[in-house]
Design a protein around this ligand. Structure first.
Ligand SMILES: O=C1O[C@H](COP(=O)(O)O)[C@@H](O)[C@H](O)[C@H]1O
Length: 223
């Protein structure tokens, strides 16, 4: 794990956006498309605000989420809503977005359809993850009902997840898919998350799911 500390959240957002844009540009230089996976939640908005005007060939970028809350896109907690409002605007509006939600009562009903949408974009070229203070990442929650499956070497691409820590059902990329990403970044803000990260190092991912990804991760942190 490599840890980069920033003087403040604004510097983090500017610098991380530049790093991500540079990595996407390098992938695109090879001629094909680039897949870019992003987190939802409260942390990545300022990074998206800086990234959305980057001068890259966004029309050759496939964007999808690390995980989604099983809610329609109009809902204030929808991760797709955040991505559409903060990332897929300006130049990045040209990117192709692959939702991880479709109208149905449960994620289980739509997982085959959603997987078909993202399967051609795998493996992930550039991955940005977030993390909660409980050491969950994507929707891999400690105590989540499908965590063992989602962490297994044979996991499917997408796994439905329910947890007492989450007010709605989730769908998450499995650890197998996230681990294969060519470039991995984690963005965390504040002392509580920094402490949580330090507590996670070397732990069993069943207790601290972020631990599954730390080997070749660049962590971006500001107070
Ligand atoms: O619920 C979620 O939580 C994590 C962390 O979110 P944050 O609000 O603490 O930044 C996020 O990475 C994930 O995508 C999201 O669905």
């Amino acid at each position: 794990m490599k840890l980069i500390e920033y003087s403040d959240e604004e510097m983090l957002a500017i610098d991380l956006a530049n790093t991500l844009a540079g990595e996407l540009k390098n992938v695109l230089l090879q001629g094909g498309r680039a897949s870019f996976v992003v987190p939802g939640g409260g942390t990545p908005g300022p990074v998206f605000d800086n990234l959305c005007e980057a001068r890259i060939a966004w029309d050759r970028v496939d964007v999808f989420l690390s995980d989604e809350r099983w809610l329609p896109e109009v809902h204030v907690r929808s991760n797709a809503r955040l991505v559409k409002e903060r990332l897929l605007t300006g130049r990045a509006g040209e990117a192709r977005f692959h939702p991880l939600y479709a109208k149905a009562d449960t994620p289980e009903e739509m997982i085959p359809t959603l997987e078909a949408g993202i399967a051609p974009c795998l493996p992930i070229n550039v991955l940005l993850l977030g993390m909660g203070e409980d050491m969950h990442t994507a929707s891999l929650f400690p105590g989540g009902d499908n965590l063992e499956v989602a962490l297994s070497a044979e996991a499917p691409v997408l796994v439905p997840m329910r947890s007492e820590a989450a007010p709605e059902p989730r769908v998450t990329l499995s650890a197998r898919v996230l681990k294969r990403a060519m470039a991995k970044h984690l963005v965390i803000i504040g002392d509580k998350k920094r402490n949580a990260l330090e507590r996670a190092v070397g732990r069993d991912p069943m207790e601290a799911p972020i631990a599954a990804f730390l080997d070749d991760m660049t962590v971006h942190w500001a107070e």
